[in-house]
Design a protein around this ligand. Sequence first.
Ligand code: NAG
Ligand code: NAG
Ligand code: NAG
Ligand code: NAG
Ligand code: NAG
Length: 424
Amino acid sequence: MKAFNVFIVILALVCLHATGTKLVSTTKEEYLKELNELRRDVAKKYRIPNMYKLFWNDTLAEEGLLAKYNGLWETRRQTYRDSDTLEEVRDLDSDLAEDNRTALVEEYNEKKEMHELEVLTPGQQEIGCIEWYKAPYFTYCFLEPDGTGNSWNTSQGEPGSACAQGFVNDDGLCSPVIEPTPTAHPTGTKFLRTTKKEYIKDLNKLRRDAAKKYKIPNMYELFWDNALAEASLLSNFSGIWKTKRRIWQDSDPFKEVRNLDSDLAMENRATLINAFVGGGFMSEAEVLIPGQQRIGCIPWDKKFDYNGFSVFYFTYCFLEPEGTGNSWNMTQGEPGSVCASGFENNDGLCSPARPTTPSPEPTTPKPKIPQPKIVGPKPTAPPKASRFESDSDSKPAQDSDLPTDGASCGQIGMTLILVFSMIF
Ligand SMILES: *[C@@H]1O[C@H](CO)[C@@H](O)[C@H](O)[C@H]1NC(C)=O
Ligand SMILES: *[C@@H]1O[C@H](CO)[C@@H](O)[C@H](O)[C@H]1NC(C)=O
Ligand SMILES: *[C@@H]1O[C@H](CO)[C@@H](O)[C@H](O)[C@H]1NC(C)=O
Ligand SMILES: *[C@@H]1O[C@H](CO)[C@@H](O)[C@H](O)[C@H]1NC(C)=O
Ligand SMILES: *[C@@H]1O[C@H](CO)[C@@H](O)[C@H](O)[C@H]1NC(C)=O
């Protein structure tokens, strides 16, 4: 068992540079948690006394999307993260040697990307990131308030022993005495400002309300799908208009483009279904396509020109399994009354049926095997499709180069932990 522990320690040190999970494959909460674990480990290994706990800041994420660089290099820094495969650009042992700290701060002041060091800058307290593809990176973040790297100019000491007033030592990290309240849930550019869970809940409420108002009997509950979010990030158009659609959402200010009362009137359904053919973007009607079951979104800044006016969207999503609007071809009826087999009426939406008999409890105690965290599938081959012509005015201007395949440090680590825990 001792050998196992030593092995884990070695593994932890090897992985100090990275988190195993990409933002697009996880939740903000999990992502932040991993970052703080990384910061704590680094504070302990290099005896950094002034490493602060990071908190999520939606405003920073939104300003990343809108390319607003307020205070950059003064009170803010930027970084690209989550390379696939994992890249190690810096050598922490050398960078963080006390003799080299002056040189390190000077390098920070050259206003360039310090790669893995950026999220480890001790003085940072807030972070906001968005999914952004710039090969080989998948994530773009702003961090505040240390724009200059000055917080590295501190002699080594007990982790958490040099915290500013109002902060306490929280197992090696400086944490605020009263933790900031979680950000509220305002409307407008919603995906960026909320959690995936809340976002899906809002969308399903919208679908349920529409099903009830327009007597749609075959409206399915939507579920979040990390693989679809990643496909939208990589512009993987495989299956588009056949088993997949893409949409823009969350206009700010909110702008009503479709007239649902008229669109969904039975005498207009044939026209509506026709308008969905070939991938015309149907605005608010898209997320209400009854047959859709899965959705994955990323932050995206897009101006869409309609006849005579423009709308600014902030979210880009892929939906499956419907590539058309054919599920609108359905007579009106009790919401949730026309669900495919394996689905049941869940207050007006078709939801996967719950097993009717509770599964029997296993009589033998389960062996304690650490569960590897599930991460989204990695891209395996270059997507052939490039961004569509009409996307040329949209941001982020994503890089079209492709990451090579490879397991991340975290994934290898998890696998090894699993293997070793079974041996010992
Ligand atoms: C988030 O960051 C912005 C921009 O720096 C700042 O104005 C705001 O106070 C921060 N919000 C919180 C809750 O700290
Ligand atoms: C300091 O940096 C130099 C150049 O990067 C490196 O050669 C040296 O090993 C570093 N010092 C320590 C103590 O790691
Ligand atoms: C580090 O801090 C000391 C004083 O605390 C200062 O004299 C020195 O210039 C700082 N070094 C750098 C590289 O900022
Ligand atoms: C609706 O479905 C019927 C048969 O199920 C088909 O004949 C008809 O063409 C469909 N209408 C549209 C507009 O797709
Ligand atoms: C694109 O998506 C399809 C499934 O939708 C998947 O089979 C394929 O591997 C993906 N391609 C890339 C490059 O990720």
